[in-house]
Design a protein around this ligand. Structure first.
Ligand SMILES: Cc1cc2nc3c(=O)[nH]c(=O)nc-3n(C[C@H](O)[C@H](O)[C@H](O)COP(=O)(O)O)c2cc1C
Length: 245
């Protein structure tokens, strides 16, 4: 097995980066699309019931109302709301001896994904880039400053990111996963990130907030903002979040 920097998985990550220098000449691949829905018209079908039990009804509104929003209130996000979202995303929810399980599942319980928050407007918290310490349930300030503008530029100029109360950035510490799964681990890392982001967005709905996931970004620029090298640790995914207008 080659060292992890030479794995096809690592090379794929590198080779599929968005780069500012080449994005202007990027062309849609010449690939024929496919219909959004698949069906088996000749198959016998059974209608599904849509009556939910009381416990199902408790979770239903959050799933029903989750929608990507790209407009945010200019009110600050309460600190407790941010804490709830972080807990929902990656908070510790179980223990087996020294081992800590989290709100979102992770392949092999390896938890390769790290959460950073670029805070613009959170009540009582100075703007800055913070790392979520899962073990201590704390924010660790990596650096002071408002990064919304910079992040929006690094995300191909997506303007709504400038208005977010918080831009979350998820990265992966690749070795954590690759030491066990090698190339296949890349699949698991992105799946882990999807679970985490969805938990966070559902939690945002519960605190009168909402947000939008973002995967279009110049990789090197987001890595630079976070202060990671893009090899040992690399940005995967972002979400802009704020209170609903
Ligand atoms: C992996 C992924 C990447 C996305 N990247 C972006 C993005 O860069 N910019 C954006 O505005 N929306 C982005 N979205 C949001 C989608 O556009 C949105 O989920 C889709 O239009 C469906 O709408 P809904 O989320 O409101 O149901 C992304 C969603 C996913 C799941």
């Amino acid at each position: 097995m080659p060292e992890f920097a030479d794995l096809p998985a690592t090379q794929y990550l590198r080779g599929s980066r968005h780069e500012r220098a080449s994005v202007g000449s990027w062309k849609k691949p010449n690939i024929v699309g496919a219909p959004v829905f698949k069906s088996y018209p000749d198959a016998p079908s059974i209608a599904l019931p849509t009556v939910w039990s009381p416990t199902e009804e408790r979770i239903q509104p959050f799933l029903q109302q989750r929608r990507s929003i790209r407009k945010f209130s200019d009110q600050p996000l309460p600190f407790a709301a941010l804490a709830f979202m972080l807990w929902a995303a990656q908070g510790v929810t179980g223990r087996a001896g020294e081992y800590l399980f989290r709100a979102a599942p992770s392949a092999g319980a390896l938890y390769p994904v790290e959460t950073y928050c670029a805070i613009e407007r959170v009540a009582g918290v100075p703007p800055g880039l913070y790392h979520f310490s899962v073990r201590n349930f704390q924010l660790e300030r990596v650096r002071y400053g408002a990064f919304g503008e910079h992040i929006a530029l690094a995300c191909l100029g997506q303007q709504f990111m400038r208005q977010a109360a918080v831009n979350f950035i998820w990265t992966a510490v690749l070795r954590r996963n690759f030491q066990k799964y090698g190339n296949r681990g890349l699949r698991y890392i992105f799946l882990d990130a999807g679970h985490i982001c969805q938990n966070l967005l559902l939690a945002a709905g519960a605190v009168r907030g909402g947000g939008c996931p973002v995967a279009a970004f110049f990789d090197d620029e987001i890595n630079e903002i976070v202060g990671i090298d893009g090899c040992e640790e690399s940005a995967l995914y972002l979400a802009s979040v704020g209170l609903k207008p």
